[in-house]
Design a protein around this ligand. Structure first.
Ligand code: ARG
Length: 460
């Protein structure tokens, strides 16, 4: 019989029960539900709302239930409506009328919000830890490639010379922003909703501050209606995850390109690539394609959450039960993708020679040639035009800026001298871009040190 048996004369229709039930997916909240109930019980005893003895029995039994669930001794009853109902009925089964006292001054509405907040707090930290691991792996690769020259691209066309370290560190910046977004979301998740009860608080003299301290929250919600109907923190986390996935997807896309025969900038370790069932020569970057592919479902989850909330009157509505599958799926997806990408990135081999060769083609030092003329006193737009003509000449005559003779240069402009070759040397082009944020090895090294110090300072 359901917990509301007093008001109802009939059992819930079986199919309706299945439709209404969330236990198949919210059972993962069992630990948070039990720890929340324990804090609540201790508070009820402290405030003399229930007796100390009753509270002790409830806490002891809840701990047993937790232990049994953790060791697979107690099986979840999937006939229950949700994890909250399951644990409460299990407690009542064991303790009789004492168990029935647990839900005093509480509703499932503030209880479910508490459980999700506790669960998300843990998961936000887990995602941050994985991001930091990925950043460290990328930094290791960057340190090995401080002077590995490669073309930087715009429009996927070779544009200007950079280093592989510089390119990799761009992703580090993205993942650092992801971490700070998560830390910000954590602040708004770390607020205790318990005590709002169904929607209007309670007439009991509860101590919300005590529960806040017990459960390690930063603050308590300030309006009971908002406290039970707010899911902004779920949406924020889903958004943060979508942005992380967008970054992982861009990284994956580049890895896919770099592995192709057209680029051959990197080679994946055999343990993280797959073959083809028919083409013996193939070595496919399936993992990165899956990361790119899975990004879509996290956007879908975010859209689901936003849409689910948009028409809801205050306060709790059952629609909100739909928040869990979406956010759980996003969490599982991003963790799985980070976990799988980590060793793949750690083990890929960098083909410095091919990067250099690509950098030697495509006239990526053309800007440096124009800048050379500027330094000789020619206005930039004019220098740009002269260099354009030189490039056209090179293309026509199958030459590049490095092997044009000094006479050919001088024919285009009398300001050219022998030192042009120094100015367009690829290594020099990179080394001379020695401004903050630039690709010169000195600057990238500095950037790496800044990131390392920042990561060391953080708590998790
Ligand atoms: N399973 C519900 C959920 O996930 C718990 C809260 C139900 N509250 C209620 N009054 N029906 O949202």
């Amino acid at each position: 019989m359901a917990l509301w048996e007093g008001r109802f004369k009939k059992e819930l229709d079986a199919k309706t029960n299945d439709f209404n039930s969330s236990i198949s997916f919210d059972n993962r909240l069992y630990k948070q539900d039990i720890l929340g109930s324990i804090a609540h019980t201790k508070m009820l005893a402290k405030q003399k709302i229930i007796s100390k003895d009753d509270a002790n029995s409830i806490v002891e039994e809840l701990l047993k239930i937790l232990n049994e669930l953790e060791n697979n001794i107690l099986k979840i009853d999937f006939e229950a409506e949700d994890i909250h109902m399951f644990i409460e009925s299990e407690l009542t089964k064991r303790l009789g009328s004492i168990g029935k006292k647990l839900h005093t001054a509480r509703s499932r509405n503030d209880q479910v919000s508490l459980d999700i907040r506790m669960y998300l707090k843990e998961e936000i930290n887990n995602v941050i830890i994985l991001l930091k691991k990925l950043i460290n792996v990328i930094i290791e690769k960057a340190e090995e490639n401080l002077d590995t020259v490669m073309p930087g691209y715009t429009h996927l066309q070779r544009a200007q010379p950079i280093t592989f370290a510089h390119h990799l560190m761009a992703y580090v910046e993205m993942f650092l922003r992801d971490i700070s977004r998560l830390e910000d979301t954590f602040k708004r998740t770390n607020i205790l909703p318990l005590g709002n009860c169904a929607l209007a608080g309670t007439t009991y003299n509860i101590d919300r501050e005590y529960v806040k301290e017990e459960l390690n929250f930063d603050d308590i919600t300030k309006n009971s209606l908002d406290g039970v109907s707010d899911r902004d923190f779920v949406i924020e986390f889903a958004f943060d995850i979508s942005v992380i996935m967008m970054h992982l997807s861009r990284f994956s896309e580049e890895i896919i390109l770099w592995c192709s025969w057209e680029f051959k900038f990197i080679e994946l370790d055999d343990s993280f690539a797959t073959g083809s069932s028919i083409m013996p020569q193939k070595k496919n970057p399936d993992i990165t394609e899956l990361v790119r592919g899975k990004t879509g479902r996290t956007y879908g989850n975010l859209m689901n959450l936003l849409t689910m909330m948009k028409g809801l009157p205050l306060a709790y509505n059952k629609d909100m039960q739909e928040d869990k599958e979406s956010i759980f799926d996003s969490i599982d997806t991003v963790k799985m993708c980070l976990d799988t990408l980590l060793p793949m990135v750690k083990t890929f081999k960098v083909n410095k020679e091919n990067m250099k060769n690509a950098a030697l083609k495509g006239f990526i030092n053309a800007t440096d040639c124009a800048d050379y003329l500027v330094r000789k006193g020619i206005p930039f737009r004019e220098a740009y035009k002269i260099t354009g003509e030189i490039i056209a000449y090179c293309i026509e005559n199958n030459k590049n800026l490095e092997n044009l003779t000094i006479n050919e240069y001088k024919q285009k402009n009398c300001n050219f001298d022998e030192d042009i070759y120094n100015s367009i040397d690829l290594i020099n082009c990179v080394v001379n871009r020695n401004i903050e944020g630039g690709p010169s090895p000195i600057q990238v090294k500095k950037h790496i040190e800044i990131v390392k110090t920042r990561l060391k300072k953080e708590k998790i």
